[in-house]
Design a binder for this molecule. Structure first.
Ligand SMILES: O=C(O)CCC(=O)N[C@@H](CCC(=O)O)C(=O)O
Ligand code: ZN
Length: 348
């Protein structure tokens, strides 16, 4: 079967991962009248049957890290429902299974962490850089074809965490000076029963940051449970998220009111960067995300620099001493109150 035949039968994932079959571009209509366009391997654009120009342009990406499989399974499920005519989208969608080589390799990346390669054009020194460049182009092209309002541009980049976590699901809102924290985005998180959200305080070079910074998109990295192999994910635990996603995709509008108090909000207080191979944490490698350290507790050391928890204590997220030098070794966060309004803002 050709790639296009497989995708038209609903097997977006199988066709994407089979590197023995050549990529084939193609366009077709589903039974609900939606138009599907396979733009490149793992990149499927869907246009609703009667676009008004006011609908959302929604990027849903998975597989930026090859070993984070539950989001990939969810994107396959969504693609299949749309392709097979069981779900009629009300919005423009760009469904992405990002890194077939890393997925086939069952690893986070091949040579470089792709989710640090979205700050602009990369020199094509390896497959991770080549794909990151292609994805930047795909997203840029997709947003240029949608509504003029940046509030209608959304990007949910779906991941899962390497370690256990006090919050099974949580969101990372990238930092941008653009208004990318609309109330309706956080209302969606609550409808999806996402347990916590972290508000970043400095720019990063992640895929969600790319869309927020360059296109003012309502963009988030979403952590959906814990890394497991294909077939071993407990997708029932992600059912509230998937049901909310189906409503987001299929309904013209979702309820926009954010209810204070139903989701724990953290602000990022510090990003610890690994400056040398001597970087080490003063806690075990498998320390759970959001573990709290009281003020003054020794957290980490890097050559002569020592890091201690600051005033009121801090919680650690994504600790990883094995990252490349110059990259983020962890985030330190603190629970915070936010003010309600059109945009979520940290109360200082
Ligand atoms: O569990 C971990 O340590 C990593 C999970 C993961 O891949 N997280 C993303 C977060 C991106 C962001 O900060 O928006 C990553 O590290 O790339
Ligand atoms: Zn990830």
């Amino acid at each position: 079967m050709t790639m296009l035949q497989q995708v038209k039968e609903g097997n977006f994932l199988g066709a994407t991962l089979n590197l023995d079959i050549a990529f084939e571009r193609g366009q077709w209509k589903t039974a609900t009248g939606a138009t599907c366009e396979l733009l490149s391997r793992g990149v499927l654009q869907i246009t609703p049957s009667a676009p008004t120009g006011e609908e959302k342009s929604l990027v849903l990406s998975s597989g930026v890290h090859g070993d984070e499989t539950s989001p990939i399974e969810l994107i396959q499920r969504l693609a299949e429902q749309i392709i097979c005519g069981q779900l009629a989208p009300s919005h423009r969608l760009l469904l992405i299974i990002a890194h077939p080589d890393a997925i086939n390799n069952h690893t986070r990346f091949i040579e470089e962490n792709m989710n640090r390669l979205f700050k602009g054009r990369n020199q094509a020194r390896n497959i991770d850089c080549v794909i990151a460049n292609q994805l930047q182009d795909a997203v840029s092209h997709f947003y240029s074809g949608g509504s003029a309002s940046s509030h209608q541009r959304w990007h949910l980049d779906l991941h899962c965490a390497i370690r256990g976590s006090a919050h099974y699901t949580f969101a990372v809102s990238p930092h941008s000076d653009n208004p990318t924290r609309d109330e309706v985005l956080f209302a969606f998180l609550q409808q999806a029963k996402i347990e916590a959200a972290m508000l970043s305080n400095t720019p990063s070079s992640t895929f969600s940051w790319y869309s927020a910074e360059n296109f003012s998109a309502q963009a988030l990295t979403l952590e959906l449970g814990r890394v497991a192999k294909f077939g071993e994910n407990d997708l029932d635990k992600l059912a509230p998220f998937y049901q909310a996603l189906l409503r987001l995709v299929s309904q013209p509008h979702i309820a926009s009111q954010w209810q204070d108090g139903e989701m724990v909000i953290y602000k990022v207080t510090r990003t610890l960067i690994k400056h040398s191979d001597d970087f080490r944490f003063n806690f075990p490698n498998d320390q759970a995300n959001f573990t709290f350290f009281a003020q003054g507790q020794f957290l980490a050391a890097d050559q002569e620099t020592e890091y201690f928890a600051l005033d009121g204590g801090e919680s650690v997220v994504f600790p990883n001493a094995n990252v490349a030098i110059g990259q983020r070794a962890c985030l330190l966060v603190k629970e915070t109150e936010v003010s309600l309004g059109e945009q979520l803002k940290v109360k200082d």
